[in-house]
Design a protein. Structure first.
Ligand code: C2E
Ligand code: MG
Ligand code: MG
Ligand code: MG
Length: 284
């Protein structure tokens, strides 16, 4: 009897797998076209200063508005873009659009400390492409305040080729670009080791930020914050979903947070409205 079930299972799976394979090829060529036609939407999620809950900056997060499948999240297309090399063009598009958007925001709120914008970078862009040239081009096309365009790179990316990554990152830093270590804690390297890379900020992964099933914060959270400060880095907590997340993070000495507690990723106009509202409120 169990054999028959197994047999049925195989029959059901085979065509499904084939279908998925075809989809993958179709998706690849559709993604290539979407990037050429600039049909990638960039959303921006606020990163908030916990001290006064003002907006310190935004992280750029890509979405693909597929004609048939609807809005697709990065988990559905970034790996395709990486494997096919399309990530180089996609990455340049996101960098360029974000820098232009950042100039617009900074011009609109000239009187305050300039906000920053950060862009996620994949391994292929840093290690197998002339990212420095792209950054130069983008900076020359926009007028963002020095140091306010930032890149986010993960621990596993820099550990792929630590020597080369360290060299590239040092040169990128010299162009006046900020560097954030993304998803910290999900890799296996120590913060002391990562000190040899010129990061100015670490973003603590959401798995360390949220309360555990027992309702407590992971013990290590407080130590990561303290060590990052000892190493001269700013700390952003990812995935702050509730007000008590924000309050406790601030008590632990964390200066910035990002998460649904403060705003989901939003389009550029909504981000502008948010900045303007905050300004009006502060002015009255
Ligand atoms: P990430 O860089 O760690 O970005 C943070 C992710 O957490 C985003 O997911 C964001 O929407 C989500 N998030 C923010 N606040 C909360 C919260 O309070 N709770 C929960 N549960 N999630 C929250 P998203 O937009 O789906 O992006 C996923 C990942 O895809 C990003 O992780 C980043 O690694 C990658 N990615 C996104 N856009 C790009 C891009 O333009 N280029 C590259 N190379 N990677 C990108
Ligand atoms: Mg990121
Ligand atoms: Mg992250
Ligand atoms: Mg993440």
């Amino acid at each position: 009897h169990s054999k028959r079930i197994g047999g049925d299972r195989i029959d059901v799976y085979k065509p499904a797998m084939r279908a998925r394979k075809t989809d993958r090829l179709t998706l690849e060529s559709e993604l290539r076209r979407a990037i050429e036609r600039q049909e990638i939407t960039i959303l921006y999620q606020p990163i908030v200063r916990l001290e006064d809950r003002s907006i310190a900056g935004f992280e750029a997060l890509s979405r693909w508005d597929h004609p048939k499948l609807g809005r697709m999240s990065p988990s559905e297309f970034i790996s395709i873009a990486e494997e096919t090399g399309l990530i180089v063009d996609l990455g340049m598009f996101v960098l360029d659009q974000t820098a232009k958007q950042l100039s617009v925001w900074q011009r609109a709120m000239r009187s305050r400390e300039p906000i920053f914008a950060s862009v996620n970078v994949s391994s292929r862009q840093l290690l197998r492409h002339d990212l420095i040239h792209d950054i130069r081009t983008v900076l020359s096309r926009s007028s963002v305040a020095r140091g306010t365009l930032k890149l986010e790179l993960t621990e596993s990316l820099v550990m792929e080729n630590p020597e080369h990554a360290a060299q590239m990152l040092t040169r990128i830093r010299e162009l006046g670009t900020g560097l954030s270590l993304d998803d910290f804690g999900t890799g296996h390297s120590s913060l002391a080791y990562l000190q040899r890379f010129p990061f100015d900020t670490i973003k603590i992964d959401q798995s360390f930020v949220r309360t555990t099933s027992r309702g407590t914060r992971p013990v290590i959270l407080k130590s990561i914050i303290a060590l990052a400060h000892d190493l001269g880095m700013d700390v952003v907590a990812e995935g702050a979903e509730t007000d008590s997340d924000a309050v406790e993070l601030y008590q632990m000495g964390c200066e910035y947070a990002q998460g649904f507690a403060f705003g989901e990723p939003m389009d550029a106009d909504a981000a502008m409205r948010l900045l303007t509202e905050v300004r009006l409120e502060a002015a009255s």
